[in-house]
Ligand binder design. Structure first.
Ligand SMILES: *Cc1c(COP(=O)(O)O)cnc(C)c1O
Length: 383
């Protein structure tokens, strides 16, 4: 109830700031993805101390589950306090020193961000530019390397700005030739497509909670191989960022349990529940993402729309489709949101105004959601 009688200042402030109740939305954009009830419930449980033995037990379980989800035996598994970009920044500031030679694949926003973060950390960066909407080839990386040695080869596994799934095996092979560690951005792949850190010998992998893990944004799970951890131990100078210094983070997540910064306790509860659901579903989760995206692609093509990415290179959790000639991108997305409660993403960079990005991530990857977005979109396009 609103008090219009202009009473005390305090009363007016109460009237102006009602508790926020979010509208009902179906999140089918590039993230955040829909969050299941049990994960929201976990987030809402009582906060306990960040050094409480019961909380430390939850952290250990989160680490054990993250190892299973990354498919690694590595001891060096952590959770950074921050979103996916914090994981990216952590990998760069820890593995880069001034002059470190970094080869980065750039065919979308996030590859470009990796290059920028590496440059800011003082790296000598060589970009491998590719077409937006295509995967990068081993040859493209080899040509850009020009026979030089590199310390890091960085690539985005699941490029959310274009909907491309980047094959990692050929880049592992090349990284070995160049003497480089292989760094993969798995923000959109983790929980949606297999990451297989150990089988693919990835040296540094980071992710985020709000894509295929279907958790709210706020944490960045991260893992290093033994080789990458070794590189870290042999740095000649301390990591520039105190907050993101993995040698300090490791003392809290490891046996010492030394206070570094206060862990986002409730987010860790939420991630614990999200990972539990991922492991309970097992490989069927990947199959669910594949099926939902195949149904979406078929439906979009049946409507006469053109997909950005060729069939063999598509990323199941994210489908990019070209905005048809003469259609107002923003007006369609606004109507989807207002009339149908459905959020999808617009294009970024060179695709601005020219592509829609439909995410089927985590709990969002269902046939029902595909039907909902297809029927809403076809209704709007018919007008
Ligand atoms: C979303 C995303 C990021 C950035 O994550 P934030 O949580 O927005 O900081 C990085 N890389 C990829 C591939 C992403 O999709």
């Amino acid at each position: 109830m609103t008090d219009n009688s202009a009473g005390s200042g305090e009363g007016r402030a109460r009237a102006r700031f009602a508790a926020f109740v979010p509208p009902e939305r179906l999140l089918l954009g590039p993230g955040p993805s829909p969050v299941p009830e049990s994960i929201l419930a976990a987030l809402g449980r009582a906060t306990i101390g960040h050094l409480d033995p019961e909380f430390l037990r939850v952290m250990d379980e989160v680490r054990a589950m993250l190892r299973a989800v990354f498919e690694t035996e590595s001891e060096h598994v952590y959770c950074m306090s921050g979103t996916g970009s914090a994981g990216m920044e952590t990998v760069m500031v820890n593995l880069v020193e001034p002059g470190t030679r970094v080869l980065v694949g750039v065919c979308g926003v996030f590859g470009g961000r990796m290059a920028e973060v590496a440059r800011r950390a003082g790296a000598d960066v060589t970009e491998v530019r590719g077409e937006w909407g295509r995967a990068l080839t081993q040859d493209a990386f080899r040509m850009a390397a020009q026979g030089r040695r590199f310390d890091l080869l960085c690539v985005v596994h699941a490029e959310t700005s274009t909907g491309v799934l980047q094959p990692l095996e050929p880049l592992r092979e090349l990284a070995d030739e160049l003497g480089a560690l292989l760094v993969a951005d798995a923000v959109t792949s983790l929980g949606g497509v297999p990451v297989k850190m150990d089988a693919r010998r990835l040296d540094a992998v980071y992710s985020g909670t709000q894509k295929c893990l279907s958790c709210p944004p706020g944490l960045s799970p991260l893992a290093l191989s033994e080789r990458a951890a070794e590189r870290l131990r042999h740095r000649t100078r301390p990591v520039q960022s105190w907050y993101l210094d993995l040698s300090l983070i490791a003392q809290y997540w490891g046996r010492e349990r030394a206070y570094h910064h206060t862990a986002p306790i409730n987010m860790i509860y939420a991630l614990h529940e999200a990972l539990r659901l991922v492991l309970e579903e097992g490989d069927a989760r990947f199959e669910r993402h594949r099926r939902a995206s195949a149904a979406l692609a078929a439906g979009l093509e049946a409507m006469g729309l053109e997909l950005l990415v060729p069939k063999g290179e598509r990323l199941p959790p994210l489908t990019a489709v070209r905005v048809p000639e003469g259609v107002d991108d923003g007006a369609v997305r606004a109507a989807l949101l207002e009339k149908h409660g459905i959020e999808i993403g617009g294009g970024l960079g060179p695709l601005k105004g020219r592509a829609w990005r439909i995410g089927l991530m985590g709990a969002g990857a269902t046939k029902e959601n595909v039907t909902r977005v297809l029927s809403a979109l076809s209704e709007l396009l018919e007008r």
